[in-house]
Design a protein around this ligand. Structure first.
Ligand SMILES: C[S@@+](CC[C@H](N)C(=O)[O-])C[C@H]1O[C@@H](n2cnc3c(N)ncnc32)[C@H](O)[C@@H]1O
Length: 283
């Protein structure tokens, strides 16, 4: 049912248009959201590739303020993950699918000190929010693009982190291959997610989002990483005990996957060869 407030807003908009009056900031924002929503519908109707759909869908999320809404639940799990990352001064770190940039800011201002954080996302609107909220931090750069093609040279990063995004990646093996390429030998990947098969309560969110997601179990994720040449693969769960008066939340249980690129990695090889070679070198 259309809410009364929406009808009133619609009438206000029509009046402004008819009288050629400038729109107030609230109406401007609503028109912007509407325009982004139309782009999402068009990309679905015209069967655009998933990357294009994701770009539009997450631009819409960003315009609706969803990026900022995620700060609170994500902060707690990111703060649990950061001490596990062994951050060191001078580290170049990739925050893959950074959204509104919370993890990038926490990394860039971590007491361990890190050299530079690259915050990357498929949504330019998310990045706009991330950039404006990170202006105090000179050591964060922003890059727009898909996780399958990380626009950096081989061996560039010491570490990579991806928070609450990995299940959106359509071809997770390709993302892992590019992460492997851009991480330095001995570099470590950290994937933090709250949607996975072992977390039964999280599975309801699959229908709640308007884009396809990949759902794997912990064992399946570990096998995927190992099959793609990663070593020292670990999985750790952060489970928050229920408390009276606090509503349960999907972020009460989170999975931190971590894996290392072998020190003696087979550089410049296609993933199949690399997988074989990596297991020979490190096996
Ligand atoms: C749930 S948000 C998480 C954002 C952020 N990491 C956080 O913790 O608040 C998921 C993010 O993944 C990004 N994303 C989805 N698919 C992507 C892809 N293929 N490449 C890069 N970013 C992607 C979206 O634009 C969105 O900002």
């Amino acid at each position: 049912m259309i809410r009364l407030s929406r009808i009133r807003k619609g009438l206000r908009l029509l009046k402004c248009l008819a009288l050629r009056k400038p729109l107030d900031p609230e109406l401007q924002r609503d028109v912007h959201v509407l325009r982004l929503r139309l782009r999402v519908w068009m990309s679905v109707l015209t069967r655009k590739p998933l990357d294009v759909r994701f770009h539009h869908e997450f631009n819409l999320w960003a315009a609706k303020g969803v990026g900022e809404d995620m700060d609170n639940p994500h902060r707690r799990i990111i703060e649990l993950a950061l001490p596990k990352m062994g951050l060191a001064a001078g580290d170049r770190i990739l925050d893959l699918a950074c959204g509104a940039g919370l993890a990038s800011r926490l990394l860039a201002s971590s007491p361990a000190g890190c050299g530079r954080v690259v915050a990357m996302d498929i949504s330019d609107e998310m990045l706009r929010h991330a950039r404006s909220r990170s202006s105090r931090l000179p050591n964060v750069n922003f890059v727009c693009g898909t996780a399958e093609h990380i626009p950096f040279p081989d061996n560039f990063f010491a570490k990579a982190l991806s928070v609450e995004a990995f299940y959106y990646f359509e071809r997770q093996d390709r993302v892992l291959a590019d992460l492997y390429r851009v991480l330095a030998p001995g570099g470590r990947l950290f994937v933090l997610i709250c949607l996975y098969k072992d977390h039964a309560d999280s599975l309801a969110t699959v229908d709640a989002v308007d884009v396809p997601v990949q759902v794997r179990s912990i064992a399946e994720y570990k096998a995927l990483l190992e099959d793609n040449g990663w070593i020292d693969v670990n999985a750790e769960e952060f489970v928050r005990a229920p408390q009276p008066g606090r509503k349960p939340d999907v972020h009460d249980r989170a999975l931190l996957l971590s894996a290392q690129k072998p020190v003696l990695s087979a550089q410049g090889m296609v993933s199949g060869e690399r997988r074989e070679k990596a297991s020979t070198l490190c096996g």
